[in-house]
Ligand binder design. Structure first.
Ligand code: C2E
Ligand code: CA
Ligand code: CA
Length: 721
């Protein structure tokens, strides 16, 4: 019966029905430093095995009851019993028993004898082999676990024999369907058809050059959920120094690639429309240009801007605007790619990239085209695609576009130039009536082009409201109060900084942009007026309105609307019209001004003295203020002639019950002369330069409606060109 066993000596279970044999065995084993437990038959062996987990079993073949073979098979079936060495004890002449023992899973056999001298040593050898095997199994298990966790599979290919070895993880990566006999063709067959030949070449190259391979391919059938695999490995060199095959790893990088793809989408695509963004577009254009240079073909850039998109946004709201953009993006995508069966031959070689440029602007790059007409055909298709109305949760809107086209190489050799020229051409398309396309006209002179691009950016600035009003005080010099402030427009240009009106008003006039600008100015001034009134200030606000605006149909309505929307007091609003604007088309101007005055809005004549207004006109216009031009004020304290003119104007104004106002007063000398002539209202650097509202309001805080000190103006124009 078993004694208490020392923990570190190996335990041997001997199984034999013959007590003499058991005694011999015990003596021999114990003398070799082994611990022994004994069983007298198969059943007892099985229960002792389960209880003591011996390191080795010595098992007699011939026993009553369960014999050695059945016991061996039963021991092997016990969990953990598969790896314990089992040595069968056979008779000297029983070859058949040896063969059967092997079949039921015995590890070794020993011929029974009376001399067991070397048995103990044999057992030690067997135990050592078993430990080595265990260590190997454990390390294999660890490796397999590591590979499974890292999703790395291992494979080997012996080129000569064709033998292919796939680790479990490799099997998992290459697809779950059973492999009867792993071979190189089978391996390749699991690779996505589009990647297969690339992989085959990589393996062949490594084999031929005795080199390495490192590539990625997809696994699985097309259309399925692709697994992306990173394969790395090298040629194995046999003992004879020749290349014997390949060994490599496979790693599942699907997740990593997906994450990279997500990042790429964020960086390269517009979230709203899912179209490529400018960055990706730029890359594609560069590529297209490089290809075109080689193939001597053309690249066309189409710059499209939706006509009147801003109106949709303003009237139906941003959600409607967003919806419209997405719908338009979809149609454009279709139109740009669509192949017309009649022209398919030509169109097939054309590749297109549609991207969002921002806001309501879209850009297309067409590569592989041969003639400008190919681009025109696409532009026509785009315009046609937009013809059907878009339904926006209710209202239907019609959305047309204006398209500008530039061509590589004639209109530019880099993406920036091409885009700039397509943009300029787009404005030409807009100017010639919208809903059409226009090729960039390279015959435009440089100056004309500069003007055009200035116009382009001015137009955009107006759309975006990139303006700010600076405020210049008008003071009553006898009462020492602030009578009014004039709002003067400044363009917040992204590169040039604050741009003064001299640099953009005439362009705005020529292009008609002065009208939307005037609308913005009116609205902003009224808003500001309301704010100042609410803060308890009683001064007026004046704004400059262009003659073009005055002659146009919308001014009266605009004034009425902005006054109503801002809640400003119309009696505190004054619009300034230059003398020359009065004189053009006087009849209409008269009519418009009457209606404006009916609302209570005041009217001033600006730059008076530079035109030739007659007394009669002034009387009929019922103006409230005459602003005497700076050119006349300049010399009042020096030359008698100027002084005589200003004095006459002052007298004239008084006779008409109009307030004369002296502009551009810069010195105390001028102020004193003008004051004596009867000018009480003055404006000029002496009293304050135009300043942004923050500075102006700080000055106001000095005292209620008293003229703000000139101090804040000293640096107010520092940033102004
Ligand atoms: P303006 O209506 O005669 O405005 C007065 C101009 O004289 C302003 O130039 C102002 O900065 C400048 N100024 C004022 N006091 C003095 C002074 O003591 N000395 C000198 N040397 N200059 C003085 P700014 O702001 O450059 O405006 C130039 C013109 O641009 C304006 O002349 C006006 O005709 C036009 N303008 C300005 N804002 C608008 C606008 O919103 N709409 C329209 N249509 N025209 C505008
Ligand atoms: Ca003015
Ligand atoms: Ca003026």
């Amino acid at each position: 019966m078993p004694e208490i066993l020392a923990a570190d000596s190996p335990v041997i279970l001997t199984v034999d029905d013959d007590p003499t044999t058991r005694a011999f065995l015990r003596t021999s084993l114990e003398s070799a430093g082994l611990d022994v437990i004994e069983a007298t038959g198969g059943e007892e062996a099985i229960s002792l095995f389960a209880e003591h987990r011996p390191d080795l079993v010595l098992l007699d073949v011939a026993m009553p009851g369960l014999d050695g073979f059945a016991t061996c098979a039963a021991l092997r079936a016990i969990p953990g019993g598969g790896s314990v060495p089992i040595v069968m004890l056979t008779g000297s002449d029983d070859l058949g028993a040896i063969t059967r023992a092997y079949e039921v899973g015995a590890t070794d056999f020993e011929v029974k004898s009376v001399n067991w001298v070397v048995l103990g040593h044999r057992i030690h050898y067997l135990l050592r082999a078993k430990r080595t095997l265990d260590a190997l199994r454990a390390s294999e298990a660890r490796l397999a676990a590591a590979q499974r966790i890292a999703k790395i599979g291992h494979w080997e290919w012996e080129a000569v024999s064709g033998r292919h070895l796939w680790s479990e993880q490799t099997l998992r990566l290459l697809g779950t369907q059973a492999v009867t006999k792993p071979c190189h063709e089978e391996f390749l067959a699991r690779i996505h058809p589009d990647d297969r030949s690339r992989a085959r070449y990589a393996f062949d190259d490594a084999l031929l050059a005795s080199g390495a391979f490192d590539l990625e391919f997809r696994v699985g059938a097309p259309g399925g959920d692709d697994v992306v695999v990173h394969a790395q490995g090298e040629a194995i060199v046999g003992a004879n120094g020749l290349v014997a095959g390949l060994a490599g790893t496979l790693q599942d990088v699907t997740e990593r690639r997906r994450a990279e793809e997500r990042i790429r989408r964020l960086a390269y695509f517009d979230a709203q429309t899912a179209l490529p963004n400018r960055i990706l577009f730029q890359e594609r254009v560069l590529q297209a240009i490089a290809d075109a240079r080689r193939s001597r073909r053309l690249v066309a850039l189409l710059f499209m801007d939706l006509d009147h998109f801003k109106q949709v946004n303003d009237t139906l709201g941003h959600d409607a605007g967003d919806l419209l953009l997405c719908e338009v993006a979809g149609r454009l995508n279709q139109a740009v790619r669509d192949t017309d069966p009649l022209t398919r031959g030509v169109q097939d070689s054309i590749e297109s990239v549609l991207a969002r440029h921002g806001g309501d602007e879209f850009i297309v790059c067409l590569s592989g085209i041969e003639r400008a007409e190919d681009a025109a055909r696409v532009a026509t298709r785009v315009l046609a695609a937009l013809e059907a109305p878009v339904r926006l949760n209710g209202p239907e809107v019609y959305c047309t576009a204006s398209i500008g086209i530039s061509l590589y190489p004639q209109d530019g050799e880099d993406p920036e130039t091409l885009l700039k020229h397509a943009d300029a051409a787009m404005y030409q398309a807009k100017a010639s009536g919208r809903n059409n396309y226009h090729f960039f006209d390279s015959s435009l002179s440089f100056r004309a082009f500069q003007r055009l691009s200035m116009e382009t950016s001015l137009r955009r600035a107006i759309e975006r409201g990139d303006f700010v009003l600076h405020w210049q005080p008008v003071v009553d010099v006898s009462e020492k109060t602030l009578v009014s402030v004039e709002g003067l427009a400044r363009w917040r240009h992204p590169e040039m900084g604050l741009v003064r009106p001299d640099e953009f008003i005439s362009l705005a006039e020529e292009t008609g942009l002065v009208i939307p600008l005037g609308e913005w100015v009116l609205a902003d001034a009224c808003r500001q007026l309301r704010e100042w009134s609410d803060a308890g200030h009683g001064f007026r606000v004046s704004v400059n309105i262009s003659g073009l605006h005055l002659r146009g149909p919308g001014l009266v309505d605009t004034v009425r609307r902005v006054v109503r929307e801002s809640g400003a007091d119309p009696h505190r609003l004054e619009i300034e019209i230059t003398e020359s604007a009065f004189l053009q088309n006087a009849q209409e101007a008269l009519h418009t001004l009457r209606r404006i005055k009916e609302m209570g809005v005041r009217v001033a004549i600006d730059d008076f003295g530079t035109g030739y207004s007659s007394l009669n006109y002034l009387r009929r216009f019922q103006v409230d203020t005459i602003k005497v031009d700076r050119s006349l004020i300049r010399g009042v304290d020096a030359d008698g002639n100027s002084a005589a003119v200003t004095a006459a104007i002052a007298a004239l104004a008084r006779g008409l019950h109009v307030t004369p106002l002296a502009e551009g007063v810069e010195s105390a000398g001028q102020r004193d002369v003008l004051s004596r002539q009867g000018y009480t209202c003055m404006q000029g650097y002496l009293f304050g330069k135009p300043a942004p509202v923050e500075e102006f309001s700080t000055a106001l805080a000095w005292g209620d409606d008293s003229p703000p000190p000139a101090a804040p103006s000293s640096n107010s124009t520092a940033s102004i060109r």
